[in-house]
Design a protein around this ligand. Sequence first.
Ligand code: HEM
Length: 439
Amino acid sequence: MATEADGPVAVLPTPLAKAVIDPHSYAEWDGLLDTFDHIRKTTPVAKVISEESGLFEPFWLISRYEDVMRISKDNATFLNNPRPVVFSFNQAIEFSRAATGSNMLVDSLVVFDAPIHPKYRKLTQDWFMPRNLARIEDEIRALARRTVDAMIAAGPELDFVEMVAGPYPLRVVMQILGVPPADEPRMQMLTQQLFGGQDADLSGSGMDQMSPEQVVQLVAGAVKSFEDYFAALAQDRRANPTDDVASVIANALVDGEPLPPRDMAGYYIIVATAGHDTTSASTAGAMQALAQDPDQWARVRNDRSLLPGIVEEAIRWTSPVQHFMRTAAHDVEVGGQLIREGDWMMINYVSANHDPAQFEDPRRFDAARSPNRHLAFGAGGHQCLGLHLARLEMRLLFEALLDRVERVELAGEPKRATSTFVGGLKTLPIRISASTSAA
Ligand code: HEM
């Protein structure tokens, strides 16, 4: 029987394909959302092919909410292995294969499929569940309050990313992992090189246009530094176990064996990196939305029951993890296109979370949005391990901010990172009026 998928292959026109793979388009949020609106309407499942021969393997861009949800939930058909789980240039893949024998420089949780993935995930899953997090809630609250005190001392005008959205999630996750405060600047720099390798400021390269080769060198250097650091940390926690996540990973047994060194390093790296730049971006986005609408700040100050809705909407609205990649295990139809076994796919969370078929007026920040079944944390077997932590730390931070800050407004133009993978604001100038008494 003929199906829609027997029809012609939809290929994204070159300017749109360029916009999807160019990190600079992710720095221009409205333009990016316009691009995805157009793609969803015209070719919701379309091939992205490089104009420059050999730059990257063609992949399918999946832009509609319903398709991204379906792919995320079907982990048997849409695999994380063996192709890279993050969009990568051929040069990066070749470099990685030569250096490590794998298509990815880091083999972390997101790289594995069943049967190994659930076994690895189980090792730390309980640690990140609400029941365990309740144990450390007071510590996180105290940290949130200290961060807000420091921000107020730096005010009334300040960069919210530099003072709060950057350092606070970093400290939370490093405390959980067991990395001492003195090593946080190093962790921050390495994460930014890994995720923001294409951004002149975040990578520390000062270069606005980097060749794939330069990005690969930068990222490979960051991975090596991470690996060396975590090998020493694991050794210490095997000798002196504590109750931190570093000890859980260092002493874990899978099928009676410790994790191989590469998998262990990958585990540390994903917790250390996925755990803060993402939450920094959603925290900065929440503040941006509130600073743009001072009445909303006043409303939530008086009615804290609005806060969980603000946190959830900020996570959708910002979608800090902008995509992941999957590979088809067999021929399958998606959105009327025939995806062949082995084909590579980009599931785009920014586009899915701005799909008007799922979210009314998706560009509007609507703290009362209900339901708000966004895909910013993914779905299915790989759904974000840290989602309860991310929500908790955002809620505790905004409680502390609402207690101490009477009024907040924008004090300049916010700037976004140049990155196709994890993205968000890299600066957010605000002006605050601290309150003399708690709200
Ligand atoms: C707002 C903040 C965050 C966002 C938007 C976010 C987003 C995501 C997304 C989209 C995935 C992939 C899901 C999939 O493939 O279906 C993921 C996976 C993951 N995230 Fe998060 N994340 C956030 C915070 C955190 C935090 C705080 C941690 C702390 C440990 C964390 C750790 C992880 C880990 C370990 C994975 C891999 C899970 C697996 O493959 O089984 N994330 N996250």
